[in-house]
Design a protein around this ligand. Structure first.
Ligand code: ASP
Length: 452
């Protein structure tokens, strides 16, 4: 049995909903359908979730919300009209949207989330009705009924472990269940959403809960590309990735799937496939626990900018007990997360994301390192990017780093740092952001376009 999740662009218009219907109909294993709110129909359009945010802001300010309500209701109504069926749900949907503006504003930590969740919730009701009109025994299931219990963290809910047992009971249903994504219910019965884009998380939770054989995540691309299509000309879609590889790629900027969505499916050992609603025959990208048999050493090339390196050196640093701990202590005291820590005999660099720093924090770090730790030299280097080549099978191949370094040197790209974890899932290079795009192209050519 399969859990299938459709993103907002797959549900943006009647044409898209027809595709979704056909996809669900074409495979009786597709028993659990998790849906996002309607997304954009074109570049100028507004996502229903964003329209709900606007509506919320007007409501708490005491402004007139009529236009907001009408826009959102019309968005659903337009789909019904285009699909050409008589909807009984539409009256309830219109009421649900209007009734949001009767909820208490004071002392209501979950008001924002309740507004936002209405996008997926009403879409799920509408889709269930549309399916029923087209010979699918479909039923809308609220996350409360499904048992999606979450922590009380507005806008950033976490699933509570007890949810999975209740979710498993859904396996017994003979109907196709339509579950709104993006939110769950707290122990106080409040609506609480995951972070933005969180319908992917719901899909993954449902897949783990019902112990699905497959979690299909339908979006508007043919899977995960081996490099960013905005940088590399027509990169190929990766046929198969492991969860570890996906995690590495996501860390360095690949964003097809919500970051937190992998965990429930990974823990539940559920394979995941990313597919294209507009091209459902394309096999997409499968994300699995382990590669079976031999595959290529490198599966993808990722890069991300806005990194900073704190570089320090001190003569005989390696002999000083506790030096590293003291450096990390100052970061902890300033509440700074660090990412990587490449080192030499007498030097140490700490790589962090630029957003972790402020000019004041920079000054505090510099003065602590010079005054308290007596380093000989210290500098904070901005404008850095990380470049990551990913592939679990590089462990069994010699020369992967050599191929990368050769390709980069031929383009005159200076490698500021190199780091490879002991699990050998990836090799990371730190380079100047100015050279990032050229570096990605050079690596893509070296690993995928030549006969290496
Ligand atoms: N509708 C929500 C958002 O736009 C969640 C989602 O689509 O996954 O963030």
């Amino acid at each position: 049995m399969k859990v299938i999740k459709f993103g907002g662009s797959s549900l943006a218009s009647a044409t898209q909903l027809e595709k979704v219907l056909n996809i669900v109909k074409s495979d009786p294993e597709r028993r659990f359908v998790v849906v996002s709110a309607p997304g954009k129909r074109n570049d100028e359009d507004t996502k229903v979730t964003d329209a709900l945010i606007k509506y919320y802001k007007h409501y708490i300010k005491g402004a007139d919300v009529k236009a907001d309500q009408e826009w959102i209701i019309n968005r659903y109504q337009a789909m019904v009209d285009e699909l050409g069926f008589k909807s009984k749900e539409m009256v309830k949907i219109a009421k649900a949207i209007t009734d949001l503006a009767t909820l208490p504003i004071e002392d209501n930590d979950f008001l924002h989330d309740t507004f936002l969740a209405a996008g997926e919730d009403n879409n799920a009701k509408l889709i269930a009705e549309y399916f029923r009109n087209n010979d699918i025994e479909a039923r809308y299931v609220h996350p409360r009924e499904a048992g999606i219990l979450v922590s009380s963290e507005p806008g950033n809910a976490r699933i509570l472990p007890g949810s999975y047992d209740k979710l498993e009971e859904l396996r017994e249903s003979d109907e196709v269940l339509i579950i709104p994504g993006f939110f769950g219910v707290t122990s106080d019965n409040q609506i609480c959403t995951f972070s933005r884009g969180g319908s992917d998380i719901t899909g993954s939770i449902v897949a783990a809960g019902v112990k699905a054989d497959l979690y299909e995540n339908f979006t508007d691309v043919d899977g995960i590309f081996a490099a960013h299509p905005g940088v590399v000309y027509e990169p190929h879609s990766i046929p198969e990735l492991t969860y570890k590889e996906m995690r590495e790629l996501a860390y360095a900027g690949f964003s097809v799937l919500h970051d937190e969505a992998l965990l429930p499916a990974y823990r539940g050992k559920i394979p995941l496939v990313i597919k294209n609603t507009n091209n459902p025959d394309h096999p997409g990208t499968r994300i699995i626990l382990e590669h079976q048999g031999a595959t290529v050493p490198v599966v993808g090339i990722a890069s991300d900018d806005k990194f900073v390196s704190i570089n320090m050196s001190k003569y005989l640093m390696n002999r000083e007990v506790g030096f590293g701990r003291k450096v990390l202590q100052i970061l902890e005291d300033l509440n700074i997360r660090w990412e990587h820590m490449p080192s030499g005999i007498d030097d140490l660099s700490i790589i962090i994301r630029e957003r972790e720093l402020t000019p004041i924090k920079e000054q505090e770090i510099l003065s602590y390192l010079t005054r308290e730790l007596g380093v000989d030299e210290v500098e904070i280097e901005h404008g850095l990017s990380i470049l990551v080549i990913v592939g679990e099978n590089m462990r069994d191949h010699i020369g992967v780093t050599a191929t990368a370094a050769k390709a980069l040197s031929e383009k005159n790209i200076n490698l500021e740092m190199i780091s490879q974890g002991s699990s050998e899932v990836s090799v990371m290079f730190v380079i100047e952001t100015e050279q990032e795009k050229e570096a990605v192209r050079a690596l893509y050519d070296a690993f995928f376009r030549s006969n290496n």
